[in-house]
Design a protein around this ligand. Sequence first.
Ligand code: FE
Length: 160
Amino acid sequence: MIPVSQDYPSEIAVAAEPADERVWVPQAPNVWFRPLMINTVVGQWCNLLKVTASGVVSRHRHPGAVFGYVIAGRWHYHEHEWVAETGHFVYEPPGEIHTLAVPPDCDYMITMFNITGAMVYVDADGNQTGYEDAFTKIDMCRAHYERVGLGREYVDQFIR
Ligand code: FE
């Protein structure tokens, strides 16, 4: 018989797209994220990204691999020929710099992204303009959830 330990983190099972719109945390104009699981040991987070307008979302580099699944709409990287359509899986290799955009014929997308390490935002010349990691994500969630009345602790259910 396999010994049963209770010494492991608790599971998470939630509706990915929340019924309460306040759960979406504003990230930039027309850009929102919804935390699903934020891993403070590895430095990794799984979230939904929602964009509600066509156009460039961000230019960025990530030092770790990114995995994505498109739930609604479509998007692409200026640096690649492919378009990530609803239902598509995307793997983004570490190291590359790319520019995420929602094409002109689409003004809405939701994608689940699983990100390890950081998002490093860069300008057209490759100079860093900002970054995000598991901890900046938690900070953004706390500030937003406090502002909208869910409370700073609302994000705790997604932190491991
Ligand atoms: Fe990326």
